[in-house]
Design a binder for this molecule. Structure first.
Ligand code: ADP
Ligand code: 5GP
Length: 206
């Protein structure tokens, strides 16, 4: 079984990462979503174990010390990390794993797994980014201010990614992310090339 690969989606808070990932997963049922751990308080719309694993700071730090995260970072006063065991299991089984993580976490993944695919999601304008954060009605004014305050630095980091998607229309962005994943799956290095050849020319003609 050929090892799977990671698809990292980053972009400023409110750009639409969750929304575009959900729409892409509706189109591609064979993608695995990496559920992160966080110390951020749960939003009303969120479910523990589905959107995040909600942890206390002590438990989060215990898992950091135990080496249970592929990467972790602080974002606007809370800790976020990717559980390593699930990722390893999925990759071993040949799956494509999609992750929504910040630019600091993405840098750590690039160091540890440079073969991962890095996709950056842009909002159409800063005003629309603010509209989306306010329209989502999940964060306090202070949290929105902090998130907007980080956006410019985050936008600059997109230059180091492999792909960029301007998220104007959700369906269009999801179609682009699906196209990126389809293209990556066709890479020779991600294919079972010699198994394909066996089907084409037969085992005894190798
Ligand atoms: P992120 O995960 O990047 O923080 P979300 O996916 O939560 O962002 O999206 C923020 C808000 O913007 C949500 O209310 C979502 O419904 C809305 N949104 C996302 N993408 C679009 C889009 N292309 N057009 C209009 N609204 C969008
Ligand atoms: P939110 O609080 O809006 O759910 O997420 C805030 C930020 O944390 C987003 O930029 C999101 O990409 C990032 N994030 C979510 N999970 C992880 C993770 O596991 N690791 C890192 N480094 N960032 C994450």
């Amino acid at each position: 079984m050929k090892r799977g690969f990671l698809v990292i989606l980053s972009g400023p808070s409110g750009a639409g990462k969750n929304t575009v990932l959900d729409a892409t997963m509706d189109r591609c049922s064979d993608l695995q979503y990496s559920v992160s751990a966080t110390t951020r308080p749960r939003r009303k719309s969120e479910q523990d174990g589905v959107d995040y694993f909600f942890l206390t700071e002590e438990e989060f730090q215990r898992r950091v010390r135990a080496g249970e995260f592929l990467e972790w970072a602080e974002f606007c006063g809370h800790s976020y990390g990717t559980p390593l065991a699930y990722i390893e299991e999925c990759l071993e089984q040949g799956h494509v794993v999609v992750m929504d993580i910040d630019i600091e976490g993405a840098r750590q993944v690039k160091d540890k797994m440079p073969e991962a695919v890095f996709v950056f999601l842009l909002p159409p304008t800063m005003a629309e980014l603010e509209n989306r954060l306010r329209g989502r009605s999940t964060d306090s004014d202070e949290a929105i201010r902090q998130r907007l305050g980080k956006a410019l630095e985050e936008l600059k980091a997109g230059i180091d990614y492999d792909y960029v998607i301007l998220n104007d229309k959700i369906a269009k962005s999801a179609a682009k992310l699906e196209a990126i994943i389809t293209a990556e799956r066709c890479r020779v290095k991600h294919s079972e090339y010699f198994e394909l050849l066996e089907d084409i020319v037969g085992r005894n003609r190798e």
